[in-house]
Design a protein around this ligand. Structure first.
Ligand code: AMP
Length: 112
């Protein structure tokens, strides 16, 4: 069971900001910006490179809920960034697909 599956199962506590039957959003434990939230599918997909074509609806839902959470956290006016890290070079550390929502400050580009 991955760390994020344990959060979904409430075996590990998290500061949850949104939940429905398909996704969960919670604050990142090591925030890289004033607002840093992770949105994850409840279905365990290890990473975006391993998503299947039939995950299309779930992935669309994940992005639209990231949009809603960003709005709920007042990030729409100044903007925000969505990030999905994939594999070692991408900086992925938890093998359960997650979309970072980062905001509350101007973010640099390109990322490090
Ligand atoms: P990534 O490096 O893209 O795989 O992102 C994993 C993220 O999970 C990192 O930003 C971590 O800070 C975050 N993280 C790890 N453990 C927890 C936890 N228990 N609760 C919330 N976020 C976590």
């Amino acid at each position: 069971m991955t760390l994020f599956e344990k959060i979904i199962a409430r075996e590990i506590p998290a500061d949850i900001v949104y939940e429905d039957d398909r996704v969960l959003a919670f604050k990142d434990i090591n925030p890289q910006a004033p607002v840093h939230v992770l949105v994850i599918p409840k279905q365990s997909i290890p990473r975006i490179a391993e998503a299947a074509d039939h995950d299309q609806d779930l992935l669309g839902h994940l992005l639209l809920k990231a949009r809603d959470v960003a709005g709920k956290l007042d990030l729409k006016e100044n903007g925000f960034r969505l990030v999905i890290n994939n594999g070692p070079d991408g900086g992925e550390s938890v093998p359960h697909l997650h979309c970072h929502i980062l905001g509350g400050r101007a973010l640099n580009w390109p990322p490090g």
